[in-house]
Design a protein around this ligand. Structure first.
Ligand code: COA
Ligand code: AMP
Length: 290
C-alpha cells in the first residue's frame, strides 16, 4: 500500500469534524499500451472491498475486456479532507459540433481567455494535442493570454486525481442529474473533476471533450460559469479529444498547481444546481453578454 505526503498549500474549506482515515482507490485498465478506462473513489476503510469490486466490474464492462487492470489502494491517513461544493450544471443545445465549439469559444472569451488561446486549444484538441497528433494522457495547461502550452510534458499532460463525491452528495447529484435526463456515470465523474480543477490556484477555465469515439459531449467549466455542457463538441466516431486547463500566468506556480491537481485529495460534499437544457440564444441573453 502506497502512502501520501500531505502539503496543504491551497486554502479551501476543511471538513474538521470528520478525520476518519480514508483511502484513495484508483483503477486503470489497459490492453497492451492502449489505456481503456480509469476511475477513482475516496472511501473509508469499511468500503474499500466493495469499492474495489465495483471498480473491477466497471473495468470488465468494456468490450473487449481489458488485458490488464491495476487497482491502487492508498491511505490518505487521517488528513483533514478538503471539501468543495460542486459546480452548477447547464446543458446548451447547439445545432451541431461546430456551433458547440463556437459557443464554447464565446464562453471562454467571457472568462478572460483570449481568442487566440481559446481557438488554439480547440485546434489542439481537434487535431490531437500530442507532438505526433495523438491524444494526451492528461490535460494541456494553457496560458490564458498567449495560448502558449505550459505543461512540463507535452505527450503526457497533467492528470487531476484524488477527488470524489461524499456519499450524500453523490446520492443528491445522481437524483438531480437523472431528473434532467443525465444518467451516464461520465457526467458526474467529469463534474467532480471539473470542481477540483476549477478551484485550483490560478485556474481560469477548463475545456474538455472525450476521446471516446462514441461519446460526443464536452464542456467548458469554471468557478464563475459553472459546468456548461454541450451534447456534441465533436462528431460521432471521432477518436480525438482531451482537456485544456487555462491558467493566469501571473498567478502560476507550476509545482504547486501540479501538486494540487494530482496529489491533494478533495471531496465534493454538496451538489450544485442542475438546470434544464437551454438554447444558445437564451443562455447568451441571460448570462453572457459577449
Ligand atoms: N490515458 C492514458 N493513459 C493513462 C490514463 C489516461 N487517462 N490514466 C492513466 N494512464 C496510464 C499512463 O500510462 C500512466 O502513466 P503516466 O503517468 O506516465 O501518464 C499510468 O497509467 C499510471 O497513471 P496514474 O495516474 O499514476 O495511475 P493511477 O492508478 O494512480 O490513476 C486514474 C489512474 C485513471 C484513476 C487517474 O489517473 C485519473 O485519471 N483519475 C480521474 C478519473 C476520472 O474520474 N475521470 C473523469 C473523466 S470523465
Ligand atoms: P475522458 O473524459 O476520460 O474521455 O478523457 C478525455 C481526455 O481528457 C483524455 O484524452 C485525456 O487527454 C484527458 N484526461 C483524462 N483523464 C484526465 C485527468 N484525470 N485529468 C486531466 N485530464 C485527463
Amino acid at each position: 500500500m502506497k502512502t501520501s505526503k500531505w502539503s496543504a498549500t491551497w486554502a479551501s474549506p476543511i471538513d474538521r469534524m470528520n478525520t476518519e482515515e480514508r483511502y484513495s482507490i484508483r483503477m486503470r485498465a489497459s490492453s497492451g499500451i492502449q489505456h481503456i478506462s480509469g476511475a477513482e473513489r475516496i472511501v473509508v476503510s469499511e468500503k474499500t472491498e466493495d469499492t474495489v469490486r465495483s471498480l473491477i466490474a466497471r473495468a470488465r464492462d468494456r468490450e473487449p475486456c481489458p488485458e490488464k487492470i491495476v487497482i491502487t489502494i492508498e491511505s490518505l491517513k487521517t488528513i483533514p479532507m478538503r471539501t468543495r461544493t460542486a459546480l452548477d450544471l447547464v446543458t446548451l443545445n447547439a445545432a451541431d459540433a461546430s456551433a458547440g465549439r463556437l459557443a464554447a469559444c464565446r464562453i471562454l472569451r467571457s472568462l478572460k481567455i483570449s481568442e487566440q488561446a481559446a481557438r488554439g486549444a480547440i485546434d489542439h484538441l481537434a487535431r490531437g494535442a500530442g507532438p505526433s497528433g495523438g491524444n494526451l494522457r492528461g490535460a494541456m495547461i494553457i496560458d490564458s493570454l498567449t495560448g502558449e502550452r505550459l505543461e512540463p510534458d507535452q505527450e503526457r499532460g497533467i492528470r487531476a486525481s484524488r477527488f470524489d463525491w461524499t456519499d450524500e452528495a453523490l446520492e443528491a447529484i445522481i437524483v438531480k442529474l437523472s431528473a434532467i435526463g443525465l444518467t451516464h456515470f461520465r457526467t458526474r465523474e467529469a463534474l467532480a473533476l471539473a470542481a477540483k480543477v476549477a478551484h485550483a490556484p490560478g485556474m481560469l477555465a477548463e475545456l474538455c471533450w472525450s476521446d471516446d469515439p462514441d461519446y460526443t459531449a464536452g464542456y467548458v467549466a469554471s468557478r464563475s460559469s459553472g459546468y456548461v455542457r454541450f451534447p456534441m463538441l465533436k462528431l460521432p466516431g471521432d477518436p480525438k479529444g482531451g482537456r485544456a486547463f487555462f491558467v493566469d500566468r501571473k498567478m502560476l506556480d507550476m509545482p504547486k498547481l501540479v501538486h494540487y491537481l494530482q496529489v491533494e485529495p478533495m471531496l465534493i460534499n454538496e451538489s450544485g444546481i442542475c438546470w434544464h437544457a437551454m438554447e444558445l440564444k437564451e443562455y447568451f441573453n441571460k448570462y453572457n453578454q459577449l
